[in-house]
Ligand binder design. Structure first.
Ligand code: F6P
Length: 318
């Protein structure tokens, strides 16, 4: 008799709720009992589990965040934490699990798989930093949020003919900055995959100003520079007034886009179906519009493998 647990782990991402809904509804369809695990792996270790039915998830698909709550759990990184988690799963009779999260969360999924639990991962992180899938849940919504913010910043930049340096999230992956620029917002971009020096940023900005473009957005991925140092450097060299804006957590919340909700639903359904077919230790993804699943052990973060996509910008940002 199959009994399924579902949890969200790591940073929340829009679309997590839609994925939970799809998992619960699909399980219900197959008469599988589902337990929601609150607060990610931490909640699992602490035994925070409760029964989830179809009606519990009727109104969550359009909500940001995760109604199951989430955590980054240091205890689960240790063997002792995982043993505790395993014993809770045994107590509840849970032998199948769906984990919705990013790379760190998938490491835990792999560990549980090795301990004999049947597990499938669903990629959810606004950073889109997983190499095996074109998109992770949350990325599209966050990109749209960023574009909305950049549009507003552009209005005021244009009115005052000013430059703003905008820092976006992404951890060590430049996709959010890169796709924002591809979507038309950003004159100069610097990402971990193609990091510009302060001097290079200055020289590109100088060229833009000399060509008559006085309002400019400089997009940078977080964790690369101190934004105030960059502002000061540019102002000292170019005699222009530069503003800064760190978009911060506004990027992570909000109603998931149609794209994220649909992808989440497809992935949630697929995850349960894979478990029903006897698969474990797999991560669901999407590649060139096809749903795929890969060995979760082989899932890595993208980091610096994105230079091809950056080169797409060479012509339009020249
Ligand atoms: O992984 C999602 C993300 O929002 C990153 O973009 C960011 O670097 C990080 O999480 C922030 O994490 P925390 O919520 O732990 O501060």
């Amino acid at each position: 008799m199959m009994k399924l647990g579902v949890l969200t782990s790591g940073g929340d991402a829009p679309g997590m709720n839609a994925a939970i809904r799809a998992v619960v509804k699909t399980a219900d369809y197959h008469n599988i009992e589902v337990m929601g695990i609150e607060g990610g792996y931490q909640g699992l270790i602490e035994g925070k589990l409760h029964r989830l039915t179809s009606t519990d998830v009727d109104y969550i698909a359009d909500k940001g965040g995760t109604f199951l709550k989430t955590s980054r759990c240091a205890e689960f990184m240790k063997e002792s934490g995982r043993i505790k988690a395993l014993s809770i799963l045994k107590d509840y009779g849970i032998n199948h699990l769906v984990v919705i999260g990013g790379e760190g969360s998938f490491k835990g999924t792999q560990n549980l798989h090795e301990l004999g639990v049947n597990v499938i991962g669903i990629p959810a992180t606004i950073d889109n930093d997983l190499s095996y899938t074109d998109y992770s849940l949350g990325f599209d919504t966050t990109l749209n949020t960023i574009l909305e913010c950049l549009g507003k910043i552009k209005d005021t930049d244009l009115s005052h003919e000013k430059t703003t340096i905008v820092e976006v999230m992404g951890r060590y992956c430049g996709d959010l900055a890169l796709y924002s620029a591809l979507a038309g917002a950003g004159e100069i971009i610097s990402t971990p995959e193609r990091k510009l020096s302060f001097e290079e940023i200055c020289s590109k900005l100088n060229e833009k100003i000399k060509s008559g473009k006085k309002d400019n957005l400089i997009l940078i991925t977080e964790k690369m520079y101190d934004i105030q140092d960059l502002q000061k450097y540019v102002e000292d060299r170019l005699d222009v007034s530069v503003r800064t804006s760190i978009l911060g957590f506004i990027q992570r919340g909000g109603q998931p886009s149609a794209f994220d909700r649909i992808l989440a639903s497809k992935m949630g359904i697929t995850a349960v179906e894979l478990l029903l077919k006897g698969y474990s230790g797999r991560a669901v993804g999407i590649k060139e519009n096809d749903l795929i699943n890969v060995d979760i052990e082989k899932v890595h973060s993208k980091l610096s493998s994105n230079d091809d996509k950056c080169s797409l910008l060479d012509t339009i940002l020249a």
